[in-house]
Design a protein around this ligand. Structure first.
Ligand code: NDP
Length: 323
């Protein structure tokens, strides 16, 4: 099969097209024909060595496609079923094995590309807004990188719960997308001197109840300074780099703040939670509540270009690789 392989950590150039044998489904695994693989920022952290990986490996965690074969002991799935997944390393390939307990059924009215585009980022947006800080109607919340893959979905979920979303983006095109997703206010954070002052001005001096920060190094201080008393900083990524160590006393001085660093895999750890969360996201897609923007599609062999574009802030919405 055609696949992308990585033999040593590095830049986008280490994503190398390769011919590999088809994987064999082990016990409790599905062999799936990949219709589309999702590109996520975690793929960049793994590729670059931030998260050490066994070498060589086929990258990619997410995708959607059709079941080709069942390993021993699989129940609940049949050959031909349409499935999606967000935790199957090796998804940048024509075929991948997926643990049956990590696969979810795709409803008939959700196309493969949309399922591959929404599962990981949609479930992320879902847990952040419903569980990490359960957004309440009328709350002011800050969403960074709001025109990105997670950002557009997070903005839609927060707005749907009645929040007033203050979004940050880097360009006019991204501003338009954030507004289309429901952001009430948009700040071009690359063009302002004091981001927290802008957020405070938009909230009558009070600050936001929650700041959803996936940008990390360059936004962390402004996110903290944008919070109201007892507000929560939800640091869920580091697109601009990791945040240096933080003195907990800062949370005290700035108003009894909360800081959390959540990850999706702890919010879909059981089969029950995974199917409930995936079901909620796919239902929101099917009934039109959630608009999934597939910003960029690349042939599988162009995975390096996809990573370059994502890292260089050239993308909006979701990036897909098509085998
Ligand atoms: P995005 O589509 O959001 O792409 C990243 C965006 O971050 C860019 O488009 C850019 O938007 C902004 N950005 C700001 N500074 C930089 C920089 N220096 N370099 C690159 N981008 C920058 O990616 P994803 O939706 O895939 O992921 C968004 C974030 O969410 C990532 O940090 C990822 O790790 C995190 N994440 C966390 C999860 C979790 O469970 N904790 C799960 C899924 C994602 P702009 O041009 O507008 O500034």
């Amino acid at each position: 099969m055609h696949a992308i392989q990585i033999s040593s950590a590095g830049g986008p150039e280490v994503l190398t097209p390769a011919e590999l044998p088809d994987p064999e489904p082990g016990p409790d695994e599905l062999l799936v024909d990949v219709a589309a693989a999702g590109v996520n920022f975690i793929d960049i952290y793994q590729r670059g060595g931030t998260y050490p990986m066994p070498m060589p490996y086929v990258p990619g965690l997410e995708g959607a496609g059709r079941v080709l074969a069942l390993g021993d002991g699989v129940t609940g799935f049949a050959v031909g079923d349409r499935v999606a997944w967000s935790e199957a390393l090796g998804s940048y390939a024509e075929r991948v094995t997926v643990a049956a307990e990590k696969a979810v059924a795709v409803p008939d009215d959700v196309p493969d590309d949309v399922a591959a585009a929404v599962l990981l980022q949609g479930m992320t947006a879902h847990f952040l807004v419903h569980d990490t800080h359960p957004v309440q109607p009328g709350e002011d919340v800050l969403v960074h990188a709001a025109a990105g893959g997670v950002g557009l979905l997070l903005t839609q979920f927060a707005a749907a719960r009645g929040a007033r979303v203050i979004a940050t983006v880097s360009t006019a095109e991204k501003e338009e997308l954030a507004r289309g997703a429901g952001a009430a206010e948009v700040i071009r954070y690359t063009e302002v001197d004091d981001l927290a002052a802008e957020v405070r001005a938009l909230t009558g001096g009070t600050g936001v109840v929650a700041a959803y920060d996936s940008v990390g190094r360059t936004t962390f201080d402004a996110s903290l300074a944008s919070l109201r008393r007892r507000g929560m900083l939800v640091l869920f990524g580091g697109s601009s780099g990791p945040v240096p160590p933080v003195d907990p006393q800062r949370l005290n001085s700035a108003g009894s703040l909360f800081l959390t660093r959540p990850k999706l895999f702890d919010y879909v750890a059981t089969r029950e939670e995974l199917t409930a969360r995936a079901g909620a996201v796919l239902a929101a897609v099917a009934d039109g509540t959630l608009d999934v923007r597939i910003g960029h599609r690349y042939p599988l062999a162009d995975a390096a270009t996809a990573h370059e574009d994502l890292q260089a802030r050239r993308t909006t919405g979701k990036l897909l690789l098509l085998p």
